[in-house]
Every structure is written in C-alpha cells, then in structure tokens.
Ligand binder design. Structure first.
Ligand code: NAP
Ligand code: MG
Length: 366
C-alpha cells in the first residue's frame, strides 16, 4: 500500500440526511480514505440527531466551522409539517443552513461544474459564472401597503453592517479564487439605497487592491454577462441575486452540477452541494433500488474543502490530490460515463450508470 497523504489539521465535517447522507459515506470510503489520512471533527446533523440534541449539534457544528476555518457540509432536511410527523419531532427545528449562515455572517457563492459533455444553453459561456447573492434585506423584509385610493407602496430595508459583510466576503472570495469581481445594482434610480451598496463596495476594494473589481449598472451588466465567456464572480443584491442565480444555473444545465460555498467576511469557508437531500431517490433506495443520483456536487464540496485546507496549511500534496479528484470526475463524465440526470443533457451518446458505478469509475481514474 502506498503511504497516504497526510492531513495535519482537521476540517469540520457536517453530515446530513437521506440520499446525500448515503452518498457522503460512499465518497469517503471510496474516494477519500484510501488516499488521504482524513482528519475531521465530525458533527452529525442528521435529523434524528438534531432532535436528540435539541438542535445543539447544529450550533456546535457552526462553532467548529468558525474555529477550524474550513467546513464541508452534507445536505440536510429543513423540517416542515410533514417532516415533523415523519421524524416525530418535538419542534420544527430551524434550517441548519440558516443557523450556520447566521453564525458565520456569511455570503453564499454558487459555481457550476463545467464539462465538455454538456453544452450550456448559452454556448459562449465556456467558463463558470459564480453568483454571489446578498442573502439579507431588500424585498424579503419589505413593508408593503395598499392605500384605499389605489396606491401601492413598498419600503425596503437593509443595514450598512450587512452590506459591509457582504462586500468583504465577495472581495475575500475573489482574492482566494483569483477571479474578477463585478457588482451590479441600479444606483441611477435608488441613489441612496443602491448608492450605498456601490459606495461600500468601492471602499472595500481599497482593502483588496489586487482584486480586479468593477461596478456595472444591472441592466448593462445583464447584456454584458450574456455576451461574455464567463470566468468571473457576479455579486448582486438579494432580489437580483435570487432571480439571476436561477437563470445562470439553468443555462449551465443541472442543479446536481452546482457547488456552493459560504464565505464569512473574516475568511472562513463552508463547502456544500447546492442541491438538497434528493428525497425521492432515497425512498427508492430504501426499497432496495440502486439509484442513479449524481454525487458530483458532493465530491466537489469535499475537494473544495481539502484544497483550501492544503493551501492554508502549506500541504501541497493535499491540494494536489483535491485537483486530481476533480479532474478524475470531469474525465469520467467526458468519457461518457454519467448518472441519469446528465444522460438527458449530454451532447452525445453516453453510458448511464448508478451512483456506485460512477464513483467506482472515478476511483479507477484516481
Ligand atoms: P432536492 O433534494 O435538490 O431534489 C429535487 C430534485 O432535483 C430531485 O428529486 C431530483 O429530481 C433532482 N436532483 C437534485 N439533486 C440531484 C442529484 N444530485 N442527482 C440527481 N438528481 C438530483 O430538493 P427538494 O426535493 O426540494 O428537497 C429535498 C430535501 O432537501 C428537503 O427536505 C429540503 O429541506 C432539503 N434541502 C436541503 C438543502 C441543503 O441542505 N443545502 C438545500 C435544498 C433542499 P428527480 O427526482 O426528478 O430525479
Ligand atoms: Mg430563486
């Protein structure tokens, strides 16, 4: 047996629910543990354990992400009325993502994983576009009113502190990824509200002089983005980011090929897949079927966290391994071996495999 790659410092490992929890185990057993001395602090955020700990485990996980600086998270169930019944919950526990985001005061960056097998709906987009959405304020906390005389009024809300955190996380991430950063809003109309965003971004740029940054009016930005080749971070206010992130992910093809990283203003990173726990596949798995769920975003959450750990600690072999893992995944897909969701999007004939067969093919290339 070759000697495994060392991992001197741990990351926070946050386990989750349903199909993604099953895939989590397969990825660790087949693609990580055989190659590296996996070093993690483990937090079980499976819904049973959140119930057993009265959600204490979620707060412990958030604290560990802050303390260790790097976390990797599996998708988790956000309880609703049906889940309260299904899992016999004593409370409708809060969304773990909301708890962790609150603790880290973080911004979410979503990036598509691109392969030659899937042509984006806008073929010029050959490089990823990462969308950064300010997940606070705007219309989501607006006060609305309709007057008897037929007037409709809306009052927006935000805070300068939250805008600052957002801007800092954007520059921090742009610096870490060595990517240009664009921020767009409509400060010609909302001179004070959007003007304040523009001003805060310009001020924050002074602390990150190496980042290639530009402000663009949102409508002009849309035109430029459509005609671009990708390869930048596009930061937007809450509503603009909500709409545009759905547009961008649809153009690139599949939610199963989208990674997500939460970055705090002081440079802590939490990596995850953008999709949920894939409940329908899990119910079939429980019936004994072998589903063809796409594990790519989960694998990239791990590789993202390992890359960052290697970079911060100067463990080159760890970073190198993470790159090799990502390349093995891309090569497997480009060789035409894919899960069912991608078979429908492929621009040529492919071989459909189930999740375990796909993971085995990736391991073969490693
Ligand atoms: P979802 O788990 O993302 O799944 C929605 C559908 O998208 C699936 O049924 C499947 O379509 C397709 N899909 C998603 N990921 C896929 C993958 N990796 N491979 C293949 N197909 C994939 O969203 P949901 O059904 O709305 O939510 C399920 C649970 O996840 C909920 O309890 C929700 O609270 C939770 N959730 C968690 C997070 C998070 O922790 N970050 C995010 C979103 C949702 P087909 O069934 O048609 O194949
Ligand atoms: Mg949306």
């Amino acid at each position: 047996m070759p000697i495994k790659i060392p991992m001197p410092k741990p990351i926070a490992e946050i386990d989750g629910d349903e199909m993604t929890r099953v895939i989590w185990g397969w990825v660790k057993d087949e693609l990580l543990r055989p190659f590296i001395e996996l070093n993690t602090e483990y937090y079980d955020l499976g819904l049973e354990n959140r119930e057993a700990t009265k959600d204490g485990v979620t707060h412990e996980a958030a604290e560990a992400a802050k303390r260790l600086g790097i976390a990797v998270k599996c998708a988790t169930i956000t309880p609703n009325a049906a889940r309260v019944e299904e899992y016999h919950l004593t409370q409708m526990w809060k969304s773990p993502n909301a708890t962790i985001r609150g603790a880290l005061d973080g911004t979410i960056f979503r990036t598509p994983i691109i392969t030659k097998l899937i042509t984006p709906a806008i073929p010029a987009w050959t490089k990823p576009i990462t969308v950064a959405r300010h997940a606070y304020g705007d219309i989501y906390t607006a006060i609305e009113g309709i007057s008897p005389d037929g007037r409709l009024d809306v009052e927006y809300h935000n805070t300068i502190a939250s805008i600052k955190s957002f801007a800092e996380a954007c520059f921090r991430y742009a610096e870490s990824e060595k990517l240009p950063l664009k921020f767009s809003a409509k400060d010609t109309i909302l001179k004070k509200y959007d003007g304040k965003f523009r001003e805060v971004f310009a001020d924050t740029h002074k602390d990150f002089p190496n980042v290639d940054y530009a402000y663009t009016l949102i409508d002009d930005a849309v035109a430029r983005v459509i005609r671009s080749h990708g390869g930048f971070i596009w930061a937007m206010k809450n509503y603009d980011g909500d709409v545009m992130s759905d547009m961008v992910s649809t153009v690139f093809g599949s939610l199963a090929m989208m990674t997500s990283v939460l970055v705090s203003p002081d440079g802590k990173f939490e990596f995850e897949a953008a999709h949920g726990t894939v409940t329908r596949h899990y119910y079939r798995y429980r019936e004994g079927e072998t589903p063809s769920t796409n594990p790519v975003a989960t694998i990239f959450a791990w590789s993202g966290a390992l890359k960052k750990r290697g970079e911060l600690d100067g463990v080159e072999r760890l970073t190198e391994f993470a790159w090799r893992l990502e390349n093995a995944v891309i090569d497997t897909i480009e060789s035409g071996v894919v899960t069912s969701d991608l078979a429908g999007l492929a621009n040529r004939e492919v071989k459909r495999v189930n999740t375990q067969e796909f993971i085995a093919a990736v391991r073969g290339r490693l």
